[in-house]
Structures are given as structure tokens and as C-alpha cells.
Design a binder for this molecule. Structure first.
Ligand code: HEC
Ligand code: HEC
Length: 157
């Protein structure tokens, strides 16, 4: 019995090494290493993207990717970025604690939610949220590098 098992193991090992030897080494060309179809040694300029979104006040809210996802910026951010220590236009329009939990009319900036304040009553923004575009991103209609079947869900409210 044992002898048979040993011979079997040796034969299986031989079969494996024969198959391995049959596949020649395949070098991967340097322009097939990443999503960008140019050589890894190139430094191509990124494609200029047209965000083309409507102005704030006339855009339509984007469906959320998942529950608790930071909502996408549905409007154009031209002239609003970069956010600096001195200017934060996002805050000027969206930090409105009096409106939190109220019904918002169309065209009125959605108030930043309660999670964004240190003290909602005092309207004190939590400074860890100061850089809004760290989490909220504008959207552009671009040719995607990899198709996705992920489905965005409408928000629960
Ligand atoms: C002039 C006022 C104004 C400014 C400045 C502004 N927004 Fe808005 N924002 C709005 C309005 C109004 C809406 C609601 C949709 C609409 O009517 O266009 C909105 C919608 C949004 C939404 C979608 C909210 C939701 O519930 O889907 C996000 C996120 C957002 N803005 C983030 C930002 C960020 C980040 C900035 C700064 C880069 C910014 N906004 C600057 C007025 C403004
Ligand atoms: C650290 C990430 C992060 C930063 C920074 C941040 N947000 Fe948010 N934001 C979120 C997430 C996550 C949500 C959705 C969940 C929630 O309610 O907290 C959200 C929700 C919102 C909403 C939608 C509220 C609603 O009722 O649907 C608005 C408007 C908003 N943020 C504005 C802002 C503004 C303006 C800033 C900058 C002053 C900012 N956010 C900074 C993560 C962030």
C-alpha cells in the first residue's frame, strides 16, 4: 500500500514538473503593467476633464453609492476650489445649522448634517471637516477605464 502511494506521489510530482516546464516564461511588456496603456517610464499629462455640471442651485442631487456615503457634489465647483484657510465657499453656502432636519426647498443648499458640527446649536463646524472636497467630489462624464456593474441606490429619505 505504502509503496503504491509513494510511486503515485512521485508520478504526480513528475507530471506537475512536466506541465510547469511546458509553459514558457512570459515577460510582461512595460505598457501592460497598469491601467494606463503607455510605458511605465512615460509621464503622460492627465486628460482634461469637462465637469460640465450645472451651477449650484440648478443641479439635481446624485443618487448615493451606498448608505452613509458622502454625497457627490451635484453642481459645478468652478471658482469654489481650492479651499484655503481664508476662503471656503462650500462652508458659506452649506453650513446652515438652523436648516438641519428641516424640509429644504429646491435650489436651497443642503445643510451640512449634524455629524459635521462640534456643536450644532452654536453652528460650530468640526474643523476635521473643513476640507469638504476631501470627501465630497464633483462628477464628470468620462470614459471609464474599467466598467463597473455597481448600482447606485436612491437615498433613504
Ligand atoms: C452658492 C452656494 C453654493 C456653494 C458655494 C456650494 N454649494 Fe453645494 N449645493 C448648493 C445647492 C443649492 C445645492 C443643492 C442642489 C442644487 O440646487 O444645485 C448643493 C448641493 C451640494 C451637494 C449635494 C447634497 C446632496 O444632498 O446631494 C454637495 C455634496 C455639495 N453641494 C457640496 C459642496 C461643496 C463641497 C462645495 C464647495 C466646493 C459647495 N457645495 C459649494 C449650493 C452651493
Ligand atoms: C471626512 C469626510 C467629510 C468631510 C471632510 C465633509 N463631509 Fe459632508 N458628508 C460626509 C458624509 C459621510 C456624509 C453623509 C453621512 C452623514 O450624514 O454624515 C456627508 C453629508 C453631507 C451633506 C448632505 C447632507 C444631507 O442631509 O444629505 C452635505 C450638504 C455636506 N456633507 C456638506 C459638507 C461640507 C460643506 C463640508 C465642508 C465644510 C463637508 N461636507 C465636509 C463626509 C464628509
Amino acid at each position: 500500500m505504502r509503496k503504491h502511494a509513494l510511486i503515485g506521489a512521485i508520478l504526480a510530482g513528475l507530471a506537475l514538473s512536466v506541465t510547469a516546464a511546458a509553459v514558457p516564461d512570459q515577460p510582461i511588456p512595460d505598457d501592460a503593467l497598469g491601467l494606463s496603456k503607455t510605458s511605465v517610464y512615460d509621464d503622460p499629462a492627465p486628460e482634461v476633464v469637462d465637469y460640465g455640471a450645472p451651477d449650484a442651485g440648478s443641479s439635481k442631487r446624485v443618487p448615493a453609492s451606498y448608505h452613509t456615503a458622502p454625497p457627490m457634489i451635484s453642481h459645478s465647483v468652478e471658482g469654489m476650489v481650492p479651499i484655503t484657510r481664508e476662503t471656503n465657499m462650500c462652508r458659506d453656502c452649506h453650513v446652515n445649522p438652523d436648516l438641519v432636519g428641516k424640509k429644504i426647498d429646491k435650489g436651497v443648499p443642503t445643510p451640512a448634517p449634524v455629524s459635521h458640527y462640534v456643536n450644532l446649536k452654536a453652528g460650530e463646524l468640526y474643523m476635521g471637516r473643513y476640507n469638504c472636497t476631501q470627501c465630497h467630489a464633483p462628477q464628470a462624464n468620462v470614459k471609464v477605464l474599467v466598467e463597473s456593474t455597481f448600482g447606485a441606490k436612491p437615498r433613504r429619505k
